[in-house]
Write a protein that binds this ligand. Sequence first.
Ligand code: AVJ
Length: 326
Amino acid sequence: MTPETLPRRTRGRPHDTLLSDVAYGLQPDVRMLPPKYFYDDVGAELFDRITTLEEYYPTRVEIEVLRRDLPDMARAIGPGVRVVEFGSGSGLKTRLLLSALDAPSTYIPVDVSAAQLQRVAAELRREFPAIPVQPLCADYMQPLRLPAVRPGTRTVAFFPGSTIGNLVAEQAAAFLRRTASECDAMLLGTDMHKPTPILERAYNDEAGVTAAFNLNLLTRIERELGAELRVDDWRHHAFYDEAAQRIEMRLVADADTTIVVPAGSETLRYEFAAGEWITTEYSQKYTSAGVRRLAVETGWRVDGEWSDDAGWFTVWLLTSTDRRSG
Ligand code: AVJ
């Protein structure tokens, strides 16, 4: 397994692994790691802390919109729906949604972490004894295998947090096209384009929690892959790329440094000169017109748009134009 052969060998793998994605992503002409690997136990904890930071407005503002407008959203969605959440729904947003809906038939959290799913399922069953919880352990970026449903029951996807912003345009389009064939409706959260200083503050908090979240990716690679690297040689960098309308997060080498990754019988070495970087996350910001265009191009109709007064964050109700039911 030499770096030169990896792109071919890893392309289109059904199950990406940390090792294959690191071996591919650290190559000199790639230098990019998928943000999904941020969320080990430590990373999930750090992300929870990010959502409570004054600078990080998206979670707070989305919850504000949900608190105010969920009655409206629930009326538009209708009674008896099956809710499929992309992500394990550990938080307040899921509770607000399940409380607002009229007699949801089932709640299906979809997550790759079985442990996380079991925790969430146990909590929600206790809190919502009338709603069957059927966790699905899966990568929601792959086609879903949802359980069969009684004819007439509509399936509504819940994808809050602007997590869709981690996907580049063509991935987001593919994801929406696929889910339009799997679900009847979607409640989607998107973080909106806004002045650069506000966005850059949100990803460069004073307390350094976002920096720790970014750098934890290196600690994870060190621990889980037995890699040799020096975390202290790296620093967090996040900026708003106004042309692309997205936050880009990087790990920047502060000194010449090396990452050595054991891979079976081989050892992969990646050299970085001071100032070189690895891109670790894109976080796309949207305009209303942009979301509308993306939705109609991927098999959805826009049936609702709810934002805070400043227009910082929007929750959308999309209805699939790709299915007969509903
Ligand atoms: C969970 C992907 C929506 O992009 O704002 C927060 C992750 N990264 N701070 C985002 C994140 C740095 C977050 N998403």
